[in-house]
Design a protein around this ligand. Structure first.
Ligand SMILES: [Zn+2]
Length: 149
């Protein structure tokens, strides 16, 4: 056995890139926000939600499991292709944004994490846009220099 292969054996193997599955956390956040909203708007208590909110939550969770983006999905309230259907999406976004303050008071860390996920998504979009712009610029530059020749 050569010395190189011996060294290689002792080196840690490179791990494949890991995608974090944030869906369970997002679900937990959504469930909490739904609870806060439903308790204060529909007079429910404890772990219970009214039938309407329960139905909406079930729809949201089912759709999340089937999300076309898989585990790399953006958080649902920022998604550009919401799959809940028009009415459900509107209701969902309303609930998610209406309980921001109360949610923060009760679950500050969770709220901040959720907010960061939202900001992260904006940042990713911005980077994507920038890359697309750069590409377009490079292309038009190339076309121009061709014309000059
Ligand atoms: Zn409700």
């Amino acid at each position: 056995m050569g010395i190189l292969s011996k060294i290689k054996k002792w080196l840690p193997k490179r791990k494949p890139p890991e995608y974090k599955n944030n869906i369970p956390k997002e679900k937990e956040t959504i469930r909490k926000i739904f609870g806060i909203y439903c308790h204060s708007h529909h007079g429910t208590e404890g772990d219970k939600l009214c039938p309407k909110c329960n139905g909406l939550l079930a729809t949201v969770f089912t759709k999340m499991n089937r999300c076309q983006y898989g585990i790399t999905k953006p958080i649902c309230e920022r998604c550009e292709h919401p799959c809940f259907g028009e009415t459900a999406t509107k209701d969902f976004r309303e609930i998610m944004s209406s309980s921001n303050r109360k949610m923060f008071l009760r679950h500050p860390i969770m709220t901040v994490r959720h907010k960061l996920a939202s900001i992260g998504f904006d940042y990713m979009k911005m980077q994507q846009q920038k890359r697309a712009d750069d590409k377009a610029k490079a292309k038009s530059k190339k076309a121009e220099s061709k014309k000059k020749k």
